[in-house]
Design a protein around this ligand. Structure first.
Ligand SMILES: [Zn+2]
Length: 261
């Protein structure tokens, strides 16, 4: 080729491709940018953060619920034991009272012992009944915690299911768009020569997803910088099938009717 301006020969990436193929590269870029935007949207859906924070709260509430349930069942056991203690004392006091009422104890000393035991059993029973009441109060509080935490967990589970359903809905929309865009991309790719496509992919991978940009009114649409008159002059003189690169961002620079040449 005759033109040997620095735009083309730099880094030995001189390539030729007919102008129609170069124009298709801009179509490909538009589709790839759409796919990138769709992938970004899929990764950053607000529902994903919502689902994550709901899952974290669900774990916290679930852990607290296990603690409350364990405490409640411990207190249930404690209550049964305290009630059994009361029963034991009651049975013994009743038996003593029966002996007293039957008049079968005649020795004054034995009678005095029996009356003293009945009195101390009454005191003991009253103390044990206080223990039962105290345990029952604590158990009621624990039951309240279990109910509140269960309700909270159920509410969070419903919210999480709602967020997951919304996420899946948007995912389905995005995936449909990705399919359609990928199909269009597949068609465009067949119209671009392999070497030009490989160069485009290589630049795209290292340049924020943009491998090819239009030259629009003297400005590179990849880096948005205006080309200097010297570079524009070289481009004007370049063969139509020369593949040009932006001096600033090294992206493939595609000429269009609006390039301002
Ligand atoms: Zn540029």
């Amino acid at each position: 080729m005759e033109w040997s301006g620095r735009l083309d020969v730099k880094k030995g990436s001189a390539l030729n491709a007919d102008p129609a193929s170069q124009a298709r590269l801009l179509d490909l870029q538009a589709l790839d940018s759409s796919l990138d935007r769709l992938a970004h949207r899929r990764r950053t859906l607000p529902e994903l953060a919502t689902i994550e924070s709901l899952a974290a709260r669900l774990r916290e509430v679930g852990d607290a619920l296990v603690v409350a349930q364990t405490l409640e069942s411990d207190l249930a056991r404690e209550q049964s034991k305290a009630e059994a203690d009361v029963d034991q004392v009651r049975v013994r006091a009743e038996r003593d009272q029966q002996r007293l009422d039957a008049g079968s104890v005649s020795s004054p000393r034995e009678l005095e012992n029996l009356q003293s035991e009945i009195a101390s059993l009454a005191k003991r029973r009253s103390d044990l009944e206080d223990v039962v009441l105290e345990v029952m109060e604590r158990r009621e509080a624990a039951q309240g915690d279990v109910s509140a935490l269960s309700a909270e967990r159920d509410k969070l589970a419903v919210e999480a299911a709602g967020a997951e359903a919304r996420r899946d809905e948007v995912f389905a929309e995005i995936d449909a768009e990705v399919s359609a865009t990928s199909a269009a991309r597949g068609a465009v790719v067949t119209e671009i020569p392999a070497d030009l496509l490989a160069l485009y992919e290589k630049i795209r991978a290292s340049s924020d997803g943009v491998g090819a940009a239009a030259l629009h009114r003297g400005r590179c649409e990849g880096c948005h910088l205006a080309l200097n008159p010297g570079d524009l002059g070289h481009i004007r003189d370049a063969a139509p099938d020369a593949v040009l690169r932006c001096e600033e961002c090294r992206r493939i620079l595609v000429r269009t009717p609006e390039s301002g040449l």
